[in-house]
Design a binder for this molecule. Structure first.
Ligand code: GLN
Length: 262
């Protein structure tokens, strides 16, 4: 993974939408890198010049990109990401500047105050999400579906989840969706189960979720919400896109997830 490798053939102009793909070598499980590709493609099909800037572990994180994506990871890999985010000001500054950011699974955990991994090791997070994560005492694996709770999303969200951590939200964090199948944020071992299980966290410019997939291939409305925020437009003003295969993929995954409770 070379920094900017994707952008090399196309010089970025002032008006190029730059999507920061953060640390795919440690935060890129289950196709999560694809979220950046989907954003770039959905922008280009609207005539918006877009490129992906890959930021690897050895590269400082720029704080002024238009949009950021970060994916899931194994416990050991995600600790390397947590260390880097703690050491460098870039990601914190980007969040403070209100840059939209999509965070999946391990990235959701790493953006919280802290998380405890499967071995019980407590790792400090960036603290930009008001959440903490503890082991659930089991892995929750399977299809996850939820009904969105935030403005701008109306379609059921679907993804694949595979995590040992259970995340508890504090008062500054809001959930992304109400779970209808699967587990979502889950419950730390020994904690009381919530009456209405939720998935994900929304706080400031961050949208975080346990959905892999990549989530944006399966949830185009979520992709367009992030794009619209990045370019400062109303999502309704983006030209509709007819991407063959997406409705069939959604229908198949929603069927696969129906009735499953991980
Ligand atoms: N290692 C974390 C957990 O198991 C996150 C896993 C993931 O990103 N899929 O909870």
């Amino acid at each position: 993974a070379g920094t900017g490798a994707e952008g090399r053939g196309r010089p970025a102009s002032e008006s190029t939408l730059t999507i920061g793909l953060l640390l795919p070598e440690v935060l890129g499980t289950y196709g999560d890198t694809g979220n950046a590709w989907i954003l770039r493609e959905r922008a280009r099909r609207r005539g918006i010049d877009a490129r992906i800037l890959t930021i690897d572990l050895d590269t400082p994180i720029p704080s002024s990109l238009d949009l950021y994506t970060m994916g899931g990871g194994e416990d050991t890999a995600q600790a390397l990401a947590a260390e880097k985010f703690d050491r460098e000001p870039g990601l914190r500054r980007a969040v403070e500047a209100g840059r939209p950011l999509l965070a999946i699974c391990a990235s959701l955990q790493v953006l919280g105050h802290w998380y405890r991994d499967a071995r019980g090791q407590r790792v400090a997070g960036l603290g930009v999400l008001d959440v903490t994560t503890d082991p659930q005492g089991r892995r929750t694996i399977g299809e996850l579906a939820s009904d969105p709770l935030i403005e701008g999303l109306t379609e059921r969200l679907t993804g694949f989840e595979n995590h040992g951590g259970g995340t508890v939200l504090g008062p500054d964090a809001a959930p992304l969706g109400r779970v209808v199948a699967g587990t979502g944020n889950g419950v730390p071992q020994g904690a009381p189960a919530p009456e209405a299980p939720c998935d994900g966290v929304v706080q400031g410019p961050i949208i975080a979720t346990y959905m892999h997939g990549p989530a944006l291939a399966r949830n185009p409305q979520l992709a367009d919400l992030l794009l619209a925020r990045a370019i400062g437009r109303d999502p309704a003003s983006l030209a509709p896109l007819d991407v063959p295969g997406v409705p069939a993929l959604r229908a198949e995954r929603l069927r696969a997830g129906s009735g499953v409770r991980g």
